[in-house]
Every structure is written in structure tokens, then in C-alpha cells.
Design a protein around this ligand. Sequence first.
Ligand code: TNX
Length: 775
Amino acid sequence: MKNILKIFLLFLSALTCKAGAVVADYDVVPLPDRIESVSAKGFLMNGNTVIVIPENNDRLRSNAELLADYMSGLTGLKLAVTTKKAGNNTIVLSDDLKNDNSEAYRISVDDKFIRIEGASPAGCFYGIQTLRKSVPATEIADGGGVMFPAVRIDDAPRFGYRGSHLDCSRHFFAADSVKKFIDILALHNINRFHWHLSDDQGWRIEIKKYPRLTEVGSKRGGTIIGLQTSGCEMKFDSIPYGGYYTQEEIRDIVDYAAQRYINVIPEIDLPGHMLAALTAYPELGCTGGPYEVWQCWGVADDVLCAGNPKTIEFIDGVLEELMDLFPSEYIHLGGDECPKDRWQDCPRCQAKIRELGLADEGHPVAEHKLQNKMMEHFSATLASRGRKMIGWDEILEGGLFPGACVMAWRGADAAAKAAKQGHDAILTPTHNCYLDYTQSAQPELEPLTNPTYLPIEQVYNLEPVLPGLSADEAKHILGAQVNLWSEYVPSFWIAMYDELPRLAALSEVTWSKPEAKDFQKFRPRLRHLMKHYDNEGYNYCREVYNVFATVDISDKGSALTLGTLDNAPVYYTLDGSEPDENSLRYTEPIAPGKTCDVRAVAIRDGVKGRQWKGRLNASMSFGSKVSMLSKSHPRFTFNGPSILNDGLYGTRSFGDGSWIGFGDEGLDVVFDLGEQKEVSRVRFNTLVSTGSWIFDCHDASVEISTDGVTYTPVASEEYETVGRHTYTTATHEMNLPSQQARYVRVKINPLRSMPEWHGGSGYPALLFVDEIEID
Ligand code: TNX
């Protein structure tokens, strides 16, 4: 239906289109709430179009100037801005739309006007972004223009917090790059920039009261070479590294962001991640130093001393200047990864524990509570000037104090926990939101990154409101953000590459309605957006241009669909051989009827993209009727049970929908083969990623039946628990005494108590299965 509408719109605009005009396309990211075509002629924007704003409205003037800039950058057309009521051919901006959501906007296009009405100047700005993104980037010749089909768009964001973080400590990005980063955020309707300004590897913000923070703390003697893995020998490059932002630069960046309706949330990470500050002021640590600004990554044992009143005074001083510089209501104070070893051995910290009456709690509970008391004090410092504290989810550990907002990074559950306690929370779980993880299925071909696989689908699949929250609790979920930690981001060029296009996925997660989310439909919008990246000269990962494959299961037969973002020609083979232009050209879904090794490649202008390789398993379960008797994990259900018999194995990612996840309950499923068949083997894979609490199964069993009522057990097996740091796929094959059956019931149980060496020791592991083959 939507396609018919689109064709109609294009047809209509073609009729009205003057020679040389290009046509705007409202299929933008993030997807607007409502796009309705209007039966009128479209609007031709050309060199005579003017932007009209009300008098004495600085914010709308700034919006208008940005709009003129955007249009000039896209088309070369120079639009004038005026407060004089003009006749036709005007784009009219206003900020008095009636809507409870202050970021809402409406765009109305007819042949005379484009009206962008915001419920506030911010709302108007998002209307401008949508209009801008609808324009194809093409230099417009004299006499030409852009034809905007007549339309009415009503739109408002789902969440008020749509964030992106940038770590400027591990690597430093100059002020101009930070502004470019802010431009990128604006293009994606992001309204929070979380700026990570201090860490063990460098202090990056000028604090006048403590000049040594930048004189000493912003510099390190070198940087570790290559990927840091535990237990490996480390080599350093001995190249002095440093950089910081002056207060003047900070003010300028905060203004720049505010013009784009982006609130900058600074982070001073404490009491851990403080080696740079300790190097500058060693008296703030438990041992007194000497310390060294860190040259490698990870979690350092040396942290701020919690028992020294000078430390508290020092941080209060830093926070005063921070609040002068940043008008943000929220200030981020870190709180993550603070080892308690030093505090346990420090007489001052232990005295403080006794003074606070925490001694009876014992180690390490007393130390966790000590950290929370410290955070509570700084939170009060912020509150004295009407500000609020955000902390990483470790702040839940010693018990939350009033007003603290939790940034959930170790898992979405922390956000749910906070919300249930009546605290605000922001989602940024590692496996959906850590843009320092690779977005490529072949990281060895990529610039050096953290090899954990986090494809764009996995960002897109994040649902910030967890099932199980009541409507009132759900209100505490403010939104979500992506994080770009910069251990492996040596330049801003790489920063853009890591950020894009995955930020586009977060943009829809936080802006669009969940019922409208659909990754297949997101792809063409993404392609449209990428043309804007090209036009702006942004660097971005082109992984999404590679061939993708899905299997559609239906009663009429199941078939493999291949595609690309841009409908490029795809060639494939079914025998595992290398595809090229002489191979089969893909035109329609493939149903080979037997197991085969598929290889497919898109070829554009004679250049091959990366190959899609996969086995299509046409076992007896392929495409059969599946009934689930247990519930899969609500966060890892994706397309549901069909994942188990779509013929495709999973990728290295547990979150891209190629695996289905189970909690405590395990998997219990029945395949209906349609008729009696000879059954002799059941085979399945599990994903093992112990760092993500995903283990191989504990045991599995098979029962068969001819009538679907009475089942006979035919096989069962138990498996050994995998070792530490395992990241692999385990395959299990159960041979059955050959028998006739129509129904095959497979039960797979997770490991119900993780081993002692694991951080989640005693808790049940997650179970991920991709395919259950029956032969
Ligand atoms: C964990 S997220 C960290 C960071 C690292 C990051 C690398 C968080 C609160 N702490 O210090 O840079 O992992 O992915």
C-alpha cells in the first residue's frame, strides 16, 4: 500500500515537476510517525525561495540559517532568510504548534508553501532535519530546483533522551572534530552528547583551580601497540600523546551544540578511572603515588582515596567549574569499574567506613557503600545548583540514593532494576550500544577494533522498555544512547567509521514508534541517509552494502531471499564455488530443495563486494511446522521459532536475529514433519560467549511421536561445561535408533548455575540455538 502511495506521489510530482528539478523523498531516518500525501501540486524550491521567520525570534532565526546552510550544501541553492511576510514560494518556520511533546513538529507542503511548525524551536529544528534529509544531494543548475511532493508529516520522538557518547580521553579529538561529531548527531535527531572528558589515560578539560590536571594529567608517555588482551605481553610506542580542551573551546562547543538542540552532558569519571588526575595530584590517592598517566587500557587498581577530605574538596572544586561551563541539568560522574583493593588496605578509607557506621557490613559491601556515600556527596554538590547526577550502573551496587539516574551498560536489566526502584535510567547495554565493537563479520579486514561483533541489526534490535515493567515504571526509562570508547579509535576518521551508520539504527530506536520498526524497511531509508553521509564527507562503514540473506518460511514452500541495500546485481552459486558475473544472476527467491552451500556476491561496475557464504540446510525440519512449548527469552526472541528451522546457521552475533535465546526455562519445541518419516538424527548448534553469560547447553533430549499425543524418549545427552573466555559455536549430534515419526520433540536445557570462575557464578546461563536439523 505504502509503495503504491509512493509511486503515486512520484507520478504526481513528475507531472508538476519543472524541467531540471529533482524530487524529494520523505523516506528518511528516523522514520516519521505519519506521512500523508495531500492532493495538491508540490512545492518547487529554487533560487527564489525564501525562508520566513517571525520577528524577534533568535532561535528560529538560527534554525532558518542552518536550514539555508543545509540546502546550500546539498543543492547549491542560496535561500534568503527574512521576517517580511512573503507571498508564494516560501518556507515558513514557526514554533507554536500545539502538542504535548515539545519536540514534535508538522510539515505541510503545497504548491505555495512549505510550513514547518514546531511545538518549540527544537521541534521546528527536527522538521528542518526531516526536510533536509528528504532532499537528494545534487548540484542544482540555474533554473532548476527541488520538487517537494505535497504532503503532511506529523512527527514526535518516542524518547526524550536520545544520546551518543564520545570518549576523548583514550584518544583526543580536537575541538573542530567534536563540532563535526555534533553535526553528525544533529543529522540523526540525537539530543544528548555525553562527553567523556577524563579517564586513566588523560585528563581533557581545563580546570583553572587545578592547573596540573591538564599540565600533567593530559599527557602520557606512549600508548600500547595493538589489541590489548589479558595475559599478553604489552608493547608501547613511546610517542608522547596528549591534548585537552580550554574552557573557551568548551563554551564554544556547548553553544554550537545548543544551536542544534543538543545538550552536552560532561562526564568526570570517578572514583575509579582517575589515574590521570592522581598523576597530577598524587596526594588524592590512597598510597600517595607516584602514579603515571596510563599507557594501556583496562581497569586500574589505583583510584581516588575515599577517606581523604582533600579528595572530596578537590572534586567539589572541579564540579563547580564544570557546572559553570555546562548548563546541562545532568552531569555524569561515572562510578564504574572502581576496584576496592586500595580502600581495603587504606587506614583513612577504613576509618571513614567506621565513621559512617559501615564496618559491620564487611568487605567488600562496606567499600561499595563507601563509594555510594562518596557519590551521594557529589550528587548533593550538583543538587545545590539544581543539577542531577548520572552514574554507570555500578552505582546500584551500594544501594541507590535519591535522585540518581542510572546509565545501564552491563545489561538492560540494570535499567529495569533502577526503574522498579523509581529511578530514571538510560539504556546503553554493551551488546547493543558499544560502537567500539566491530560492525564487520570479518574484523580481520577492518581497522584494529575490539573484535566483539556488533552489527547494525543488533543496535536496531534494542528495545529500551523491557517487558515486565509497568506503565509507571516504564516512564523512568528516559531513552538510550550509543557509546564510542576510543581505545582503538586513533583518529576522528575512524571515529566516524565506528559511529556510522550504526547511529542511524539508534536514531530509530529512540525516535520512532516500536510498532513501525522493521529492519528490512529500514535498509532503503539507510541508503538514502548514506547519500547525505557522502555529501557531508563523513566516513562510514559500508558493511551494509554486502549481500544479505533471509529465508521466508511459508506453507507454499520456504525459499532463500538475497538482497542488497541498493538492489545491486547479485550473482550466486549453490555448490560452494566462487561466484562471478558468469554465475547465476539472482532474480527471485531460491528453493533448491536440497542442502547446498550458497555463495553470493554483489557486483557493482565490475567490482565485487564481500561474499555472503552460508549453508542452506534442507533437513526434514526445514520449513516444517514448529510449536514452542517453552518461552524464549523476551529480549532474544527476534523472529521467533522460525529461526530454529529457517535452514540458516547463526552468525558470530547473538543479537542480530540469527540465533534465538532462552533463559532458565530452556528450549522445548516440537517439529511437525507433516507425515510419518524415517528419523535417525538430530543436530543443533549452540553459541558460546561466556563473557556475555552465554554457555553451551547442559543437556539435551529427543522424544518422538506418531500422533502428537504420546511421545517416546529416544535419546538424551549431557555436556561438559566450557572453560573461561570461550567464544565459539558448539555442535551436538544425537543419533537415534532409526524409526518412523511425524512429531519430534527436542528439549535443550541451559547450564543452570554458571561456574565459580565466572562473574555470574551461581546464576543461570543464557542458551542460544540457531538451527535444529532433523534427518
Ligand atoms: C567498559 S562502559 C568501560 C570503559 C571501556 C569500555 C570498552 C564503562 C562504564 N566502562 O572504560 O572503555 O568498556 O568497551
